[in-house]
Design a protein around this ligand. Sequence first.
Ligand code: ADP
Length: 295
Amino acid sequence: MAEPGTIEEAIAAATGEPFRAQSTRPVSGGCINDAFVLEGKDGRRYFVKRNSADKLAMFEAEQAGLREMLEADAIRVPAPLCCGSDDSEAWLVLEYIEFGAANAATSELLGAQLAALHRRTREFFGLDRDNTIGATPQINTPDDDWPRFFATQRLGYQLDLAERNGAPARLIDAGRHLQQELPALFEGYRPAPSLLHGDLWGGNWAADEGGRPVLFDPATYYGDREADLAMTELFGGFDERFYRAYEDAWAVDAGYQTRKTLYNLYHVLNHFNLFGGGYAGQAQRMVAGLAAEIS
Ligand code: ADP
């Protein structure tokens, strides 16, 4: 365990003010890291994520992603303060956000503000660094061709991992075929490189004390905004008002109904690679559905 002193010193250096911890309170709910609220003797509070020292690059990437989202000034995200490591541990220190109850306006704001995030675009898909999706590396090498980017850096990468992790050969073969045919799903549709949260399941947003939506724990990159929307549908946690507000702000192309299966296939394959089990069967059904759309 890192001595809290090391994190205290990092906070002091980043804020330019001495920081002495008074208490730590563990926070549950995270999937990957040990998380806690660190409160200083002066009442300042920070949200800290901690993991083994070799995870520093993961935290640096999360910090960079949060900064990218902050710059878009579209939706509230925790401001990162600093990250660092010692011999045994790495940490990421974020603004502490007190969560509260969602109100009638929260879902609408979430929809409108997510569309505003997606309005922030770049000339290429990807990012200037790789990051992680769950604990899996997520490759973000810039490319100006979205179907090629998704075929290689998203679908292809997870298929390679799945093959190494013992996925059934028929899933891998059908997945590779889909990879080849993937441009067929993009006829007449040219997405912009939009700033994405990248891991937008219901557990990665909450309302702050004022009922405003907050996004956290991103796997940020520039990509087709439909990929974020698709993930909101994969595990639930988003209501009708959210979808209506998003659609009012920026209408979604009709082909989304097919492509959302492609985008969620990435996450289902990632779940197979992280957890195994029934996700291979689910991925197999998704690939078969997409193959039927293409032929
Ligand atoms: P992990 O990377 O381990 O999945 P998360 O970023 O999802 O961790 O954080 C774990 C939990 O901590 C979240 O579910 C949320 O309830 C809470 N949380 C996340 N960010 C903050 C924050 N900035 N301030 C306060 N609580 C937070």
